[in-house]
Design a protein around this ligand. Structure first.
Ligand code: ADP
Ligand code: MG
Length: 690
């Protein structure tokens, strides 16, 4: 089947050459290939060896080989379906070529006695060995063989290899391939020159070490990886310098809000909270904007720390803003923070998209006049019409859920200078990985949970143990505690999720008539959502049926049981987030993962991991293994990963060398640094600024 596709496209290209060329330019742009140098840096995925001819008798079944032979016969047959059959022979044996899709003019290639060079996978057929849809060309007896391996490039939909090859060959000729590195450095590190590295990679000479090429350990690959890492290091340093040059308000230890808040908390900060607060506090005293990620497991107490930072801004006469990805999470913050800070006389504003026009205008006015000291909300905060009078600190919760653009927009919400920026995430990412996505970001980690938390016991139940689950809910509720029932994630569609939640709600009400059950989902009007949450907080709702709107941030300490239905459909990070809603009080908490079998291998593994550990860092690590970094970080949102060739773990020696080289270039060869960045990062820098 697969072998048929390329031919079809080739046929189309012949039919409509004019339309094709405009289309190709757009396809190249989609791959980010706009400049000649971009084409030069579009490196092969692998190679095909067309430098050798294999005698037919020596060709092995199932292997891709190139043969050269003379046409004996060419015929179109009609059974079992229309096809073109060409028989060939060389000195050693005979072979058939079979084309299921072909165009009439093709038969002209196969006149008797013509010499055909064909490359494809050899298969034993009814009539002897054959190739289906081989790549072929008509040659003369003295047509030379290529002297280089044939590159196979990453290609988007509809982009042919021959088109890419031609474009890249031209670009290699036209582009400036002179070195961006000073000769002294090239010599010292014994690197290939850039020109020879790309020449080798696009057209490896016969006899090249093919394993080193495919494993990307060949010196040519090392040079490219070094260059890529150097570009990353340079841009990281440049972004940091640029940030240090910008002005942000100095938020020093004055006023009394911070101290009063610490004094009024019903608990003492953990050591980890103290430490990250010191780190943040010291950033805020600088005259350049802070850019710090505060990461910590679900329930580790990030919000308190963020509140302290906000109060520090207020103590200095500035405003602070907190933006959360969902309305329900924003509401949680609003309730919690208002409770803490309004007692200190702080004026808090609330701004989300669903506010009535009048209330929205009032909120915007108080933000603009500066009378709102702390503003909490959703991305409504970054919409037009919102202008802060004196924003000193922007806090973004669950930052990975926002797109790059949205994060940049909040920071841009002040006229001159920049606010300090604090991002929070419950999905801890390894520092090295963070570096590939965020050029310039300090990281603080809360690695300790508040005392007295009992680990959540996680059970994995098959769907047919529902009765048992209902009994447990009944028991929990009777003993005075509360429970969540999380409904399946059907797909991206909220409507379907909702349907499932409503059905479950009805079933549970019938099954547990004495239990006070509530339902919450994303489609409820905000006021109703808030009312349901309030009832659950107060305990008048005992069992809360919910879609994943409760995924982040909801905080009810008396809830000690959670059932997650169709747990096999959830990702690890999400299961962990959900489970983090319980185990916040002093009671022993249980999370039941209810699944519908049969389980796919990956789902089984995920549930196993959930049962085995409740450590968010460990779970993040396993998630990374299972899914790869892209999805884990929400790469679709945060832009492409910056590293295409190098691997921060496998190429650690190069990372270290590139880091040193970056220092050297910026100090002694600033023009080289400039040219290098231009070559590697042009057009991608915006993503680096987050
Ligand atoms: P996160 O946002 O990191 O998931 P929160 O800031 O919502 O966590 O805190 C989770 C819960 O723990 C909240 O109820 C909070 O009041 C409480 N908490 C925070 N810090 C402490 C502490 N040092 N000791 C006891 N409880 C704490
Ligand atoms: Mg939180």
């Amino acid at each position: 089947m697969a072998a048929r596709l390329p031919k079809r496209r080739a046929a189309k290209a012949v039919a409509a050459p004019a339309a094709e060329s405009g289309g190709n330019a757009a396809r190249l742009r989609r791959l980010g290939l706009t400049r000649d140098i971009d084409l030069v840096l579009h490196l092969p995925l692998r190679y095909e060896d067309e430098t050798r001819i294999v005698p037919i008798s020596q060709a092995r079944d199932g292997l891709t080989v190139q043969i050269e032979a003379l046409v004996q016969e060419c015929k179109v047959i009609y059974r079992p379906r229309r096809q073109l059959l060409v028989s060939l022979a060389d000195d050693s044996g005979e072979l058939n070529l079979r084309f299921l899709n072909f165009y009439g003019s093709q038969t002209k290639h196969f006149v008797q006695g013509a010499r055909i060079r064909a490359r494809g996978e050899l298969r034993g057929g009814l009539l002897g060995p054959e190739m289906i849809h081989p790549r072929y060309r008509v040659v003369q007896e003295d047509t030379p063989l290529p002297v280089a391996l044939t590159p196979v490039y990453p290609a988007g939909e509809g982009l042919s290899q021959s088109y890419l090859r031609a474009g890249i060959t031209r670009a290699l000729r036209d582009a400036d391939l002179s070195d961006t590195l000073p000769t002294a450095l090239i010599d010292k590190l014994a690197l290939d020159s850039f020109a020879s590295a790309v020449a080798t990679l696009h057209a490896p000479p016969v006899g090249v070490a093919q394993t080193a090429l495919s494993e990307r350990t060949h010196p040519a690959w090392r040079r490219i990886k070094f260059d890529e890492l150097l570009a990353q290091q340079l841009s990281l340093r440049r972004a940091r310098r640029a940030r240090l040059d910008k002005n942000a308000p100095i938020l020093s230890a004055r006023g009394e809000l911070v101290a009063r808040m610490i004094g009024s908390l019903p608990f003492a900060l953990t050591q980890a909270q103290e430490r990250v607060w010191r780190e943040i506090d010291s950033d805020l005293r600088q005259s350049h904007p802070m850019q710090r990620l505060l990461q910590g497991d679900v329930g580790s107490g990030k919000t308190v720390v963020a509140a302290l930072a906000a109060l520090r801004a207020l103590d200095n006469g500035y405003q602070a803003a907190l933006m959360a990805p969902t309305e329900i999470l924003a509401e949680q913050h609003f309730r919690k923070l208002s409770h803490w800070v309004e007692a200190l006389g702080v004026k808090v504003a609330w701004l989300t998209g669903s506010l009535r026009k009048k209330d929205k205008l009032a909120a915007q006015e108080s933000i603009e006049s500066g009378s709102a000291q702390l503003t909490i909300g959703t991305h409504a905060l970054i919409q037009d019409g919102v202008a802060f009078a004196r924003l000193g600190l922007a806090i973004v919760d669950e930052q990975h859920r926002f797109g790059v653009g949205q994060r940049l927009a909040l920071r841009a919400k002040v006229g001159s200078g920049q606010p300090h920026q604090l991002m929070m995430s419950a999905t801890p990412i390894p520092r090295t990985l963070a570096m590939t996505y965020y050029a310039d970001l300090e990281v603080s980690t809360i690695d300790e949970l508040p005392p007295g938390r009992k680990p959540v016991v996680t059970r994995v139940f098959a769907e047919n143990r529902r009765e048992e689950v209902l009994a447990r809910i009944d028991e929990a509720v009777r003993s005075g505690s509360q429970a969540y029932w999380v409904c399946p994630l059907i797909d991206e569609s909220e409507a379907l999720d909702l349907e499932a939640a409503v059905a479950t709600y009805a079933t549970l009400r019938a099954a547990l008539p004495e239990t006070r059950i509530g339902l919450i989902h994303g489609r409820l009007p905000p006021a109703e959502k808030a009312a349901v949450m309030q009832q659950f907080v107060e305990g008048s709702i005992q069992l809360l049926v919910a879609t994943t709107v409760i995924e982040v941030g909801v905080d009810v300490a008396n809830a000690s049981l959670m059932v997650i239905e169709h747990a096999e459909r959830f990702g690890l990070a999400q299961l962990h987030q959900l489970r983090g809603r319980i185990g916040r009080g002093s009671a022993e908490s249980v999370c039941i993962l209810l699944y519908q079998g049969p389980l796919a291998a990956l789902a089984r593994e995920r549930l196993g991991i959930m049962r085995a550990t409740s450590d968010g860092f460990e779970i993040a690590r396993r998630d990374l293994e299972l899914r790869g970094p892209g999805e884990f970080l929400g790469a679709r949102q945060s832009g492409e990963a910056l590293l295409r060739f190098a691997d921060l773990v496998a190429d650690q020696d190069l990372v270290a060398a590139a880091s040193k080289a970056a220092e050297l270039l910026l100090r002694d060869y600033p023009q080289c640094a400039e040219r290098h960045l231009e070559r590697w990062l042009s057009g991608r820098e915006e993503f680096l600024k987050t």
